[in-house]
Design a protein around this ligand. Structure first.
Ligand SMILES: [Zn+2]
Length: 95
C-alpha cells in the first residue's frame, strides 16, 4: 500500500469522493465542484495521518529554474510528469 490507509487507497482508486492524488508533486487534494481548481489537504480525512508535504517548490525549482521550462510546456521530460523524479531522489535515503 502506497498511501496512509485502506480508506485513502480505496477512495483514490474509486474516485467517487473527489479526493485525488497528484504523484508529480506528491499532493493530496479535493476536487472543487466547478472542476477548475483543487483544494490541497494536509491530513487524511479518514485516518488523520499528516500527509507528506507537497513538492511544488522543488518541482518548480528544478523544472522551471534549472531546466528552463514553463509550466505548460509539453516538452517537460516525462520523468517530471510523474513521481519518478522525487522517488529516484528519495531512494538512497531508505537504506
Ligand atoms: Zn489515511
Amino acid at each position: 500500500m502506497k498511501h496512509c490507509c485502506v480508506e485513502m487507497e480505496f477512495h483514490l482508486n474509486d474516485g467517487d469522493v473527489g479526493v485525488t492524488y497528484s504523484p508529480k508533486v506528491r499532493q493530496y487534494q479535493l476536487d472543487v465542484k466547478d472542476g477548475c481548481a483543487v483544494q490541497v489537504i494536509a491530513f487524511c480525512p479518514w485516518c488523520g495521518t499528516k500527509l507528506p508535504e507537497n513538492l511544488w517548490d522543488e518541482w518548480c525549482e528544478i523544472v522551471i529554474d534549472e531546466l528552463g521550462f514553463d509550466l505548460l510546456n509539453e516538452n517537460i521530460p516525462d520523468k517530471y510528469k510523474t513521481d519518478a523524479w522525487w522517488l529516484s531522489k528519495e531512494e538512497p535515503k531508505k537504506k
